[in-house]
Design a binder for this molecule. Structure first.
Ligand code: TYD
Length: 229
């Protein structure tokens, strides 16, 4: 439950007194294709909310545990897309326990990637093999995710086209197997598809400068949580 400090009328999102006050934890996730800027945005969001006096836990997927390391190792291996999805889910199941503890402690948890990454990315990798079995990959992963997640309270989808994201990634030396143009377009389409049915997902224009992306996120957060008491 959240209560905003109603007496501060002319709110400035960067004024710590004017922001929401969490009574129990809030679980925020940031999603988007590679190069969308969610890592920068999630760290900045954690910093701003921390500066406002909130207890904030910033986390990410793949996690930093040995399970996350196993997932990262799989990037460079030729493995079945099914093995891949189960690795991400295995990491998430344990990560979820950690997230739940922080939320129970009243913290704001901000995760750079979570359940929707699997739906979007592995939804793309598994589209063909599952279609052969008459199964829709996005639906299948959504159901698999449901067994291991704590539903995020709000998700920011930093939406950007794959050309722009790949331009941004060019500064990196080596691109992973997930960072190919056609693949990223499919991933983006999957994200937008999930956003149509999940009201927790808020689409942010990630082509904007980083400060504007952050300002949009803060404005939506304030609006979304101020009415909860
Ligand atoms: P990313 O956030 O880009 O980490 P880094 O900045 O360290 O590269 O995530 C790594 C990759 O993992 C990214 O290409 C997306 C992919 N991924 C999935 O395919 N499925 C998932 O469930 C998650 C969490 C990530």
């Amino acid at each position: 439950m959240i209560s905003s400090l109603g007496k501060y009328e002319n709110k400035n999102y960067f004024d710590h007194k004017a922001f929401l006050v969490p009574m129990t934890g809030i679980f925020i996730t940031l999603e988007g294709i590679d190069g969308c800027g969610k890592s920068t945005a999630s760290k900045e969001l954690a910093r701003v909310l921390g500066d406002k006096g909130h207890k904030v836990h910033h986390t990410l997927e793949p996690s930093e545990s040995w399970l996350g390391q196993a997932v990262r190792r799989s990037y460079t291996e030729e493995i079945s897309p099914f093995t891949e999805v189960f690795l991400f889910l295995a990491d998430r199941a344990t990560h979820t326990e950690e997230i739940k503890k922080k939320l129970a402690d009243g913290q704001i948890v901000i995760s750079d990637r979570y359940c929707d990454s699997s739906t979007a990315y592995q939804g793309a990798s598994l589209e063909e093999p599952l279609a052969k079995q008459g199964i829709d990959s996005v639906d299948w992963i959504t159901r698999m995710n449901a067994t291991v997640i704590r539903e995020p309270d709000i998700t920011f989808l930093l939406d950007i086209d794959s050309e722009t994201s790949l331009e941004r990634l060019k500064v990196r030396e080596e691109l992973s197997k997930f960072e190919k143009h056609n693949y990223l377009e499919k991933v983006r389409a999957n994200y937008l598809r999930i956003a149509e049915t999940e009201s927790r997902i808020k689409i942010i224009d990630a082509k904007q400068p980083a400060e504007e992306v952050l300002a949009d996120i803060l404005a939506i957060l304030e609006e979304s949580f101020k009415h909860q008491h």
